[in-house]
Design a binder for this molecule. Structure first.
Ligand code: CDP
Ligand code: MG
Length: 736
């Protein structure tokens, strides 16, 4: 990068600058003109004070299909309809020449493993080919995706290609959102939704083809689907089963599916230059931003894709990039920043697919979703910090948390490949070549081996699958994790001592929620507050995107937020108050605006709540309200979340009651401001950032635990020892 000046005034975006102007791009200083000898109006030099040094390591091999690139460039000049254009585009996809071969392979084999590079057309084209070949005359074609965003965006694309309205012939189904109709024959859905469909239709009778797509992602639901569809295929010879994946590790899938044939779609990939940093980066977010800005001012046109770990990080990065480029105005080319993550509202998601205007550069800030599930046009540069946010599960304590973890080599290569789709690309890895070789695992551990299995066990039990230890897993979960799940379901009352589903369990399984949330709802029947509890469940389900906090109005936003916490009611009740307040203002946008609440999130909560209300009816729980009886509401919460409880320690931290783990109140919790701190709390989830934090927390009375979960807590667990001497904690106090 420190390769001195460049000549050629035409290419130089700063050519009109007078010598010796300095601009701040955050900490990086750009010096134009130069102090050095070869000063010349057209010569300039960048000095990045915190620039990242990369070394070029190797060039990934791949077919150079330059002539095809040229062919694509020689576009016909006569105007065409959008639909015609799309139809032509379809024919340029790598899968197109194999259409007939693929169709005959599907005809000849019941199960087929399909492998092809990301972007070759598996997801969008295969269901269409099968539709054109008549498979939809006898049933739907279902195509599963590990991610909601992918299911939505891909179905939108396919409906465009077919020239039909989304939700008609082509639709999608994701949790809490069913965009399909009677007409739907191509159905894109999350793998979790197909799993739920099994509950209502164990033979998948309405489908003629099931395509388990992105199989390499090995999500928990995908892995369970493997076992289920394999079984269905045995007694439904008419059902076609396609397992598609972007990686070459297809033998494993083939072995699992009784040696099913593998259909390989030859890839089209341009060479990708890999650059590694010369030393590890302490702050990968900052390094990623600096690298992106370096690319922006130094490299030829082409869009940039940065892999980050989650929404918060993406928002931070967006903010910083905007700050650093602000004020530079026309001195640098326009930089369009596009975030993409699962919770991003649909209309904003569409932005990443819009073509970049001439002269501008797009920077896509994405979670792992862009690794294989989405194809973004025009990406030429990939920045890979080497991390991903992953669920991790401790089977000993039964605790689950989201952890930022290093990616695998397989992931790193997928990420790099994203830059070489439409021409030669470059990938900047923010780690060293040594890190890559020595520290990264070859493959990502399948989710089934690192997650809480309670949800899946409950679903399988409701499907009548009892012998879980002998379920046909491609990679079995640790048996402790299975036992932990059984234990939890037993504690929640979903299973009896023999491991059989109880009435409570049957009701819980109807809700597309984690078992603890479902239990909280089922328990609300007893406490006569189901109306309030489904509101809380809906609000918890939208995640933490309820409030916004504009930079210039932070104080106002915080005041508005704290108003819902008055009386230290706890975060759950605060969520209820937010919803009910909004409702009493006719679900208005103005109310949201005044309270710094995101309208979209609230609408989503309302949607989810409506569905939960329908499910209440289905499991015959009466809709009852006891708005003023906060104790009843808190007891329902406790009935679902009693395994998630903590007790205050002298130093202000909490210790979880069953497993003695040290945890803290999340700063966003209303209770974080409470003086004195609540002694006993029940929490919704743990998140690990700098510390293990409890998020969405409510105070509880320890006696409730023995009353509600006598099989789980004994009086000695919940004795309030704070007035007695404490053997530990004192000397450990942060304050002392
Ligand atoms: O599934 P696979 O990665 O093999 O490819 P795909 O998702 O079917 O994408 C094939 C092509 O469809 C991409 O190269 C894009 O040109 C286009 N596509 C799009 O424009 N917008 C989408 N939302 C999805 C795909
Ligand atoms: Mg795909």
């Amino acid at each position: 990068y420190r390769d001195g000046g460049e000549s050629g005034g035409k290419m130089n975006p700063f050519a009109e600058q007078e010598a010796w102007e300095e601009h701040q791009i955050g900490k990086a200083t750009l010096k134009f003109g130069s102090k050095n000898k070869k000063q010349n109006a057209d010569n300039y030099e960048y000095v990045f004070e915190d620039q990242i040094d990369f070394i070029k390591a190797s060039v990934m091999d791949g077919d150079e299909l330059k002539d095809e690139m040229l062919m694509e460039a020689e576009e016909d000049s006569k105007p065409k309809s959008a639909l015609e254009k799309l139809q032509e585009e379809r024919k340029t996809l790598p899968i197109y020449p194999y259409r007939e071969e693929l169709l005959s392979a599907v005809r000849d084999h019941q199960v087929l493993i399909i492998v092809g590079e990301t972007g070759s057309g598996k997801t969008t084209q295969i269901p269409q080919y099968l539709h054109e070949a008549g498979y939809t005359k006898v049933g739907m074609i279902g195509c599963t995706q590990p991610r909601r965003v992918a299911a939505m965006s891909v179905s939108a694309r396919v409906s465009q290609e077919l020239g039909v309205k989304l939700g008609h012939e082509v639709g999608y189904s994701i949790r809490f959102e069913d965009c399909t109709s009677e007409k739907t024959v191509l159905k894109y859905m999350t793998d979790g939704m197909l799993l739920r469909e099994f509950l209502g239709e164990p033979d998948l009778a309405s489908y003629s083809v099931i395509m388990v797509d992105e199989a390499h992602e090995r999500t928990l639901s995908t892995d369970i689907l493997f076992g289920l569809v394999k079984d269905v295929a045995r007694f439904r010879p008419d059902l076609k089963l396609l397992i598609s994946s972007a990686t070459l590790d297809a033998e494993k899938f083939s072995d699992y599916f009784d040696s099913a044939p593998i259909f390989k779609i030859p890839g089209r990939r341009y060479p990708v230059e890999i650059h590694y940093t010369t030393a590890p980066e302490a702050d990968y977010l900052d390094a990623a931003i600096v690298t992106a800005l370096q690319i922006h001012v130094r490299e030829p046109p082409g869009d940039v894709l940065i892999f980050l770990t989650g929404q918060e990080e993406i928002e931070t990065a967006e903010e910083i990039m905007k700050q650093r480029t602000r004020g530079l105005g026309t001195k640098i080319a326009e930089l369009i920043i596009c975030p993409i993550y699962a919770n991003l509202p649909t209309d904003l998601q569409a932005k990443i697919f819009e073509p970049t205007p001439e002269g501008a550069r797009k920077v896509v800030l994405a979670t792992n979703i862009a690794e294989t599930s989405l194809t973004i046009h025009g990406i030429k540069y990939v920045i890979d910090p080497g991390f991903v946010k992953m669920k991790s599960y401790n089977p000993r304590t039964g605790m689950e948390s989201l952890l930022v973890t290093p990616i695998s080599k397989a992931s790193a290569n997928q990420r790099a490949g994203r830059s070489g789709r439409t021409g030669p690309g470059k990938c900047y890895r923010l780690y060293t070549a040594y890190n890559y070789q020595q520290d990264l695992e070859d493959n990502t551990v399948p989710e089934v081996q690192r997650t809480n299995l309670a949800n899946v066990v409950l679903s399988l039990k409701s499907l009548g699958i009892h012998d879980l230890l002998n379920f046909d897993f491609m990679d079995p979960p640790p048996s402790e994790a299975l036992l932990k799940a059984l234990e939890l379901l037993y504690a929640l009352g979903a299973l009896n001592k023999l491991g059989e589903l109880t009435k409570v369990g049957r009701r819980m399984a109807e809700f597309p929620l984690d078992p603890m949330l479902s239990k909280m709802i089922v328990a609300s029947e007893k406490y006569k507050c189901s109306e309030e509890v489904i509101t809380i469940a809906a609000m918890l389900s939208i995640g933490n995107s309820i409030f916004y906090r504009p930079k210039d109005k932070q104080v106002h936003a915080d005041t508005a937020r704290m108003r819902f916490h008055e009386g230290n009611v706890g975060d759950h009740i605060a969520l209820l108050k937010i919803y009910n307040d909004w409702k009493s203002c006719d679900y208005g946008s103005m109310w949201c605006f005044e309270n710094y609440v995101q309208v979209r999130s609230m609408k989503r909560a309302r949607d989810i709540r409506d569905q939960l209300e329908g499910l209440l009816e289905r499991v015959e729980i009466e809709a009852t309200s006891s708005l003023n009886d906060l104790e009843a509401i808190k007891k329902s919460i406790t009935a679902g979340f009693f395994p998630h409880t903590g007790k205050l320690q002298k130093n202000g931290s909490y210790r979880t009651i069953k497993h003695s783990q040290t945890v803290y109140l999340h700063p966003s919790s209303g209770l974080a401001q409470m003086e004195p701190q609540p002694r006993w709390v029940v929490y919704h989830e743990l998140v690990l950032t700098t510390k293990e934090y409890m998020r969405q927390v409510t105070e509880l009375i320890p006696g409730w635990l023995v009353e509600i979960a006598p099989h789980y807590y004994q009086t000695k667990d919940v004795e309030d020892t704070s007035t007695k001497k404490m053997p530990r904690g004192k000397g450990h106090s942060a304050a002392s």
